[in-house]
Every structure is written in C-alpha cells, then in structure tokens.
Write a protein that binds this ligand. Structure first.
Ligand code: FAD
Ligand code: NAD
Length: 453
C-alpha cells in the first residue's frame, strides 16, 4: 500500500480548514486537505451565502407588502426559478474555484473521508498518510431524529435548492435554521407550521424580543406548535402526515414537506476517532485552549466541530487562524471567546451580542436595562413597520455597555456598532457622543440608550 507524509493534514475544506491550510503552506509546510463533499464548506455552498441570497427576495416582498398600503400599487412577483438560477450561478463556482486556489498554493487535495487507523496515520483514497499534525475541521451536520419515517425528512440543503415553493411545509425545531426558512417560505406563500419541543423559540435569544418576532411571524402566516413531540412521519399521496403529541395530547398534521431543523451535531461519523484516541463529547472534539485534542497532541480541531465552538462562520475563521498559529509557533496562542454578534435572518432581523439580561445580573452587582419598542419612531413609521424593539444591557457601576439585542430591519448591520462598543468597553455616554448620519437606523441606537426601563 502507498504511504505519504505531510507536515499538516487537514480534514474539512470550510473556512476553518482552509484558514489553517493556507497559513501553514505559507510557512513552507507540506499540506493536504481532504473533503468528502464539494470543496468550500457549509457557509459558501449550503449555508450563509446561498441562504442570504434567497432571503433577500422574501425580504423585498415583505417590504413591498408593507409599502403596498402606503403607495406601492402593484406587488412585485418573484420568479423563484430565476432566483434559483441567479443563486446557482455563483454558488456552483465555489467548489471549482476553491480547488483551483488551493492547488495553486500547492496544497494536495483528497476527495474522500479519511479514517484514522492509529494515532499517527489516516487512510484515504487507498493511501496511508502520516502527518506531523492532523487538523479536524469537519463542521456540523443535521442531527438525525430517531423517529419512524425519518427518511421523509429533508434538511436546509433541500430548501436552498427547491425548484418551487411548496404549498405547505413543516419545520421540526425553531432555532436559527427553522426560524429563518419558516419566515422565508411563509412570505413566499407557503403554509408553514413550526413544531418545537420546548416552550419557546430561539431559546438562547432575548425572549422579550423573540415574543415580538413570533407575533410578526404569526402575522406572516407561520403557525407555531410549542411543547410538541413529533413521533412519526408517514407518506401519503401528495402529503406527509406528522403524528405528534402537544402537551401530551395525540394529534396529526399534514404538509407537503417536513424539514428537520432540530439542530446540528459534530460531523465525525466516518473518521474512526477511537482508533486515534481522540476524545469526543456532545459539544464536539474536546480541545484545550490551544484548540488541541486533550487526548492526542498531534490533533487540533477548529470551527463548528471543536468543543469550544459557537457554530458561526466568523468564529470558525478565527479558530482556523489560531490553529494555524499554534502549529507554526508551537502553541503560543490561546483561544479566548471574543464578543460574537449573531443574527437570525427573519423579517425583521433579530441580532444579539454580549450578555443576556439574566447573565448580566449574575455577573454584575447592578445593571441598567434599556428596553422598549420603537414602532412609533420615524424609521418604523416611514416604512409601515410594526415590529421594532430593543434591549441594551449596561453595567451600572462602570456605565459600560455589556449586551445589546435588537429586532429591526437593519439589526444585522447595527449590531456591529455594538460589537465595536462592547469590544472597546465603551460607556453609554461615550457611545451617545458619537455622531451618526440622520435619518438612519444607526442613529436610533443612541435613542435606545435614552431611558432606562
Ligand atoms: C443553513 C445554514 C445557514 C447558516 N447561516 C449562517 C449565517 O448566516 N451566519 C453564520 O455566521 N453562520 C451561519 N451558518 C453556520 C456556518 O455555516 C458554520 O458555522 C460554518 O460554515 C462553519 O465552518 P467550518 O469550517 O467549521 O465547517 P464547515 O463549513 O461545515 O466545513 C466542514 C467541511 O468538512 C467536510 N467534512 C465533513 N465531514 C467530513 C469527513 N468525514 N471527511 C472529510 N470532510 C468532511 C464538509 O463537507 C465541509 O466541507 C449557517 C449554517 C447553515 C446550515
Ligand atoms: N444566521 C446564522 O448565523 C445561522 C443560521 C443557521 C445556522 N446557524 C448556526 O447553526 C447552528 C444550528 O442551527 P439550528 O437551527 O439547526 O439549531 P439550533 O440548535 O439553533 O435549534 C434547534 C431547535 O430545535 C429544537 N428541537 C430539537 N429537537 C427537537 C425535536 N425532536 N422536536 C422539536 N424541536 C426540536 C430545539 O429545542 C431548538 O429550538 C446554530 O447554533 C447556529 O450557530 C447560524
């Protein structure tokens, strides 16, 4: 059997894996990357980018609906076929361009899942490969729901490539993926039902804002069934039948499609981690602060698959950078969680950064909470928007802003100003001294800090 040696062997070609590989090859190390799907990872091929491309059309339609009442005389029609063609145009180039770029850098590519055969070697494409370091950057994959008929469940991959909008669809799970696509499909005319096992959606987000988002989504036609336990999916003629219990009561529901949006788990199934003594738990590959496996020092893990991850693209990129530095400089950089903003791309957007109110209460002796609705402010009124709210958390003693949560059309952009403010430990008065353009949603951020709740 053929054998080969690399300084660094990376598994996974998403942002985390590519960042490590590029940093190492720049330092003249020999590097290879293996991926068992199209090169380029989740975000670019089947996550953030194609999603945002599609969602801009439902967002435009929702905005047109609002403006219809105040001046738009004819609602635009969305040609879903064309929208898909437009998205495909640039998404389909990603794997080819990624491979070309990596090959130009002299990184060897493998197109299969490697499996560890011992602590120092993997088997891939019939070759035994040894390396000074292995980097696992395989991301997450949808959790398999252990229910009867789970073969009929589809994932976000299908939604992103759907040729037409189904008449009806159900989502199991009301996290990021479920809420974003439920909103998109409802606006595009699909009858949407969301099943959630818990009693709230987006449980990691501020519930004062989530409740307002739910009201808006209900207005857009989304039906929520909380405290529900889906037990089986059956295939009917055109529909799928969902059997579920709601608060213990047996019920049924029919829809054309059922999407599994019940969360994502570390993608490690094919790697045979046990053979290399790599510890895994439900949060991912267990790593120390250098993002190195706690049980096999030749192995690093970064991005969604690492136990220290928060599955978001910017954080995966940062972890890839840190692993690259640690391989090159022999563990000099510890990973510390930065303040990470995130957005749920519903209509409007729900964005969050820093501490939640309950976290801040635990951390500081006294806090100030600036919270309210901004539906009677100019920005909401001019666009006939009935959903606009915020909650900003401040450490009372120092006046520093420590958390910001916004539900607004431009929350995904505005939250980045709070990212700068929190990272730089800005106080309320320092933030309010900044001059922003008028009229703008950014300028509203200062008004949000006017009255304490
Ligand atoms: C629908 C959707 C929308 C999202 N939207 C956003 C968003 O708007 N903003 C945001 O910040 N984040 C978003 N995310 C999350 C974001 O995509 C991830 O956090 C990010 O892609 C993680 O990067 P990564 O490099 O760690 O892993 P990935 O990008 O997942 O890359 C892992 C790579 O490893 C490969 N792989 C897996 N198993 C194996 C194996 N056994 N052998 C070889 N290769 C393997 C995969 O094929 C993949 O190419 C979204 C995710 C989804 C699913
Ligand atoms: N805009 C973004 O930044 C973005 C978008 C998509 C995904 N992501 C990332 O991907 C990760 C995964 O997102 P996700 O939405 O798949 O998962 P999630 O963990 O955010 O949400 C899963 C939801 O499904 C529910 N659930 C689990 N099992 C269930 C069951 N059997 N029946 C009913 N409900 C069930 C959970 O209670 C939870 O509310 C996120 O944590 C996020 O970091 C980010």
């Amino acid at each position: 059997m053929k054998t080969k040696h690399y300084n660094v062997f990376v598994i996974g070609s998403g942002i985390a894996g590519q960042t490590v590989a590029k940093a190492c090859v720049k330092q003249k190390l020999t590097v290879a990357i293996a991926d068992n799907r199209e090169f380029g990872g989740t975000c670019a091929n089947r996550g953030c980018d194609p999603k945002k491309t599609l969602i801009q059309f439902s967002a435009f339609l929702e905005q047109s609906h609002r403006l219809e009442k105040i001046g738009v005389s004819k609602l635009p029609k969305i040609s879903w076929k064309k929208v898909q063609q437009f998205k495909t145009q640039f998404v389909e180039d990603i794997p080819v361009k990624t491979e070309e770029n990596l090959k130009e850098l002299k990184i060897d590519l493998y197109h299969q899942s490697p499996e560890f055969i011992n602590e120092n070697q993997v088997l891939v494409e019939g070759k035994t490969i040894s390396a000074d370091y292995f980097v696992i950057a395989t991301g997450n994959t949808p959790r398999i729901l252990p229910i009867k008929g789970n073969q009929y469940l589809e994932t976000s991959d299908t939604i992103l490539n759907m040729e037409k909008i189904p008449k009806s669809a159900s989502f199991i799970g009301s996290g990021y993926v479920g809420m974003e696509f439920a909103t998109m499909l409802a606006i595009l005319g699909c009858k949407v039902t969301v099943f959630e096992q818990g009693d709230k959606a987006l449980s990691n987000f501020d519930q004062f804002l989530v409740e307002k988002l739910i009201v808006k989504m209900k207005d857009l036609g989304v039906n929520f069934i909380f405290n529900s336990e889906v037990s089986s999916i059956e295939k009917l003629n055109k529909n799928l039948r969902i059997k579920y219990k709601e608060n213990g009561k047996k019920k049924r529901h029919k829809s054309r499609k059922v999407f599994n949006t019940a969360g994502r788990v570390p993608s490690v199934k094919d790697l045979k981690l046990d053979n290399a003594n790599i510890k895994l738990d439900e949060t991912g590959i267990v790593v120390n602060d250098f993002l190195q496996s706690t049980t096999n020092k030749k192995v690093y893990a970064c991005g969604d698959v690492s136990s220290l991850s928060l599955p978001l693209t910017p954080l995966s990129g940062l972890q890839g950078y840190i692993v690259g530095e640690n391989i090159i400089n022999n563990n000099k950089k510890e990973f510390q969680f930065p303040v990470v903003p995130s957005t749920v791309f519903t209509q409007p957007n729900l964005s969050s950064i820093g501490l939640q109110e309950d976290e801040a209460k635990k951390r500081y002796k006294n806090i100030l909470v600036f919270k309210g609705e901004a539906t009677d402010w100019f920005n909401a009124k001019k666009s006939n928007q009935n959903t606009y709210a915020y909650k900003i958390i401040v450490n009372k003693r120092t006046e520093e802003i420590v958390g910001a949560h916004i539900l607004s059309e431009l929350a995904n952009e505005n939250i980045n100003l709070f990212s700068m403010a929190i990272s730089n430990k800005m106080t309320v008065s320092e933030f309010k001294r900044l001059i922003f353009t008028y009229p703008s949603y950014s300028n509203d951020l200062k008004a949000m800090l006017a009255d304490e709740d």
